[in-house]
Design a binder for this molecule. Structure first.
Ligand SMILES: [Zn+2]
Length: 224
């Protein structure tokens, strides 16, 4: 009978030198039989926040690709049809397939049906208020959720939904763009065409990143 010690298997995918971080993040009692949903994303709710063009989706794609294949569910709101309805697409055109859903309750049902353990949701500000309850329940059930969202609307106001998600989040990552006017770090989105509704669906043809000094508030109400 062999007495050779069996080591945990190496991560299945090469993560660009992340092996040391992976090993140090393994919780006591971890065993190969208890497969982690993602070796880099613990259970709970993480928010990736910033203005448009700050790299939120690129960061989300990085997390998705670092996770174990098959354990990740990628979702987006169906209202977000800027590039493709069935994919999460960064402004760099980097993309992964995604499941469009029409609201928080549909998202919850789809997650419980599919049973992925790492849930990636792009552009969470498009969702309804029930997203807070859905994320709270799922994170308590052991899901790892990573959501990107704008943290301000076109008028520079915080999104109430995102503020509420912050209160139940376990981690918040804030990313910045480069101001299109002066080159400083940008944390605001400047609408460059007339605003016709409250939804911030659009791309470089309608928005650009600005720092606080260069940003100018648009007219008070949509349609003005
Ligand atoms: Zn600026």
């Amino acid at each position: 009978m062999s007495t050779r010690t069996v080591s945990p298997p190496a991560p299945r995918r090469h993560n660009g030198g992340m092996e040391a971080r992976v090993k140090s993040s393994v919780a006591p009692g971890w065993s190969p039989a208890a497969r982690a949903p993602s070796l880099l994303t613990p259970a709970g709710l993480e928010l990736i926040l910033g203005c448009m063009f700050s790299g939120k989706t690129t960061e989300l794609l990085r997390r998705i690709r670092a996770a174990e294949p098959g354990a990740v569910g990628v979702y987006k709101h169906s209202i977000d049809d800027r590039y493709r309805r069935d994919a999460v697409v960064a402004h760099t055109f980097d993309a992964v397939p995604a499941q469009p859903v029409d609201g928080a309750e549909t998202l919850r049902q789809r997650i419980l049906t599919n049973r992925e353990r790492l849930i990636a949701v792009d552009e969470a500000h498009f969702f309804d208020d029930a997203l807070v309850d859905v994320c709270g329940r799922l994170s308590h059930q052991g899901y790892a959720l990573v959501l990107t969202a704008l943290d301000r609307d076109s008028w520079g106001r915080p999104f109430p939904l995102i503020e509420r998600l912050r209160t139940i989040s376990t981690r918040v990552t804030v990313v910045h763009a480069i101001c299109a006017r002066c080159g400083a770090l940008a944390d605001r989105t400047q609408r460059t065409t007339p605003i016709i509704d409250d939804y911030m669906v659009g791309g470089p043809e309608s928005y650009e990143p600005r720092c606080a000094a260069c940003w100018r508030p648009p007219p008070a109400n949509a349609g003005d």
